[in-house]
Write a protein that binds this ligand. Sequence first.
Ligand SMILES: Nc1ncnc2c1ncn2[C@@H]1O[C@H](COP(=O)(O)OP(=O)(O)O)[C@@H](O)[C@H]1O
Ligand SMILES: O=P(O)(O)O[C@H]1O[C@H](CO)[C@@H](O[C@H]2O[C@H](CO)[C@@H](O)[C@H](O)[C@H]2O)[C@H](O)[C@H]1O
Length: 454
Amino acid sequence: MPKTITVGPGTAAGRGGPPASLGGLLREWLPRQRWFAGKDRPVTDLSVLHGAELFPGCLHLLVRASHAPVPTPGGTPPPGDCYQLLLALREQLAPRLEQAFLGRAEQGPFAGLAVYDALHDPRSAHLLLERLRHPGAAGPLRFEADPAVQVPGGLPPRLLDAEQSNTSLVYGDAYILKVFRRIQPGVNPDLEVSAALAAQGCTRVPAPVAWFGTSAPQPATLGVLQPFLPDATDGWTLALRALAAGEDFTAEAWELGRAMAEVHLALAEAFGPAGPGENDRTAQAMSARLDAAAHAVPGLRPFVPGLRAAFGALATCDAGPPAQRVHGDLHLGQVLRAGRDWFVIDFEGEPSRPLAERRAPQSPVRDVAGMLRSFDYAARQRRPWRPEWARRCREAFCAGYAARAGWDPRKKHALLRAHETDRAVYEVLYEARHRPDWLPVPMAAIKRLAVWGG
Ligand SMILES: Nc1ncnc2c1ncn2[C@@H]1O[C@H](COP(=O)(O)OP(=O)(O)O)[C@@H](O)[C@H]1O
Ligand SMILES: O=P(O)(O)O[C@H]1O[C@H](CO)[C@@H](O[C@H]2O[C@H](CO)[C@@H](O)[C@H](O)[C@H]2O)[C@H](O)[C@H]1O
């Protein structure tokens, strides 16, 4: 198999479809993946930024999907995104791998071979862990590990069956490897932040034990291995369970608030506070995001003036707590409860934002707002929806947060409202792109938040 890969252009493909190169297969398959970000824009070109055989029968590719430039009020979005793919090529496709099948390459160096997503294949998953267990380089790829941790070999892999922005493999219920899908140049905050918090002695975040990245075409993080918490349940599942059973969730919400304040304090310690929040700049950025979202989702447009008022109110309120590194995409699915303890995962920030923006210091109120929105999301999963349940959880979360942080988010009313509005706007865009059926959930919040004082 050649070490340098040419994807080639290609036409529509599929089993029984017209002849296709690897490019044709990717053009069909890529936009259907949950983690593909450009679903709302046709792909105009696919090019390989890096491609090599990682181990026999498995290609490692960084593929750029280009889109026609579409100017929006927030500026013209980048003309494309880079994705990480691991593709296995075999003569025969095992029946259990059907769902990972891209098709058969009918042209080029792989003609006749079945092509599928290697992360679904236990053999490839095993070899990937072996690569991480033995740090070193493979072309521009670099595999690194914490020398203090010995990850055992032979742990059986399973693909995590979750709706995700990335793809995760669990090894022997002991470790979880997150393979980043959408790659941006620079260190990924999920690795950067969890490593910094571990160095700080913060035990609420699983510490990275191995990771890999690339030096070309630009340095970037590609994956992180962390301890897996086998007995943990995520906050979203727990909240829905409580709702279904008609149970109170305030004790859990209070503890979650306290845990989050602890993580914020550790983040401020690890990265340093960045000085007072700059409300003017924050309001401008929020307004620009609102314009871009309203451009993409027409249903938002009637609410724009009301929502903008929430951002305008930032001009007259106090700056609030200093800006610092934050989680950036906090919701109930990003917190895990094991025993009586809450853990926080996935410090990547909102996946659609540029990396520099996600790594920039921001108000911790942003994370508080993210979690408050999540209680609202949970309460709206049942009919009739349960606003009282959400209200009590929101109160309890803030009270728990205040008990540890030394300041109470509820006393930062205008700041909290602006961040909640910004978050709901993000959610509208997220749902419109990824789960249109869920759009009514953030839209209900938009309607409430657009009425000042409501
Ligand atoms: N350390 C861990 N222990 C147990 N489960 C985990 C761990 N990390 C992630 N998970 C599970 O994997 C899911 C997806 O992880 P996450 O980091 O949010 O991925 P993504 O960025 O792709 O959304 C989480 O909702 C959780 O159920
Ligand atoms: O994939 P990530 O976990 O990084 O986050 C993205 O997907 C989330 C959904 O899976 C999305 O969260 C939204 O839906 C949740 C319920 O599924 C809800 O609890 C959150 O409050 C709501 O924001 C998240 O916004 C998105 O970045």
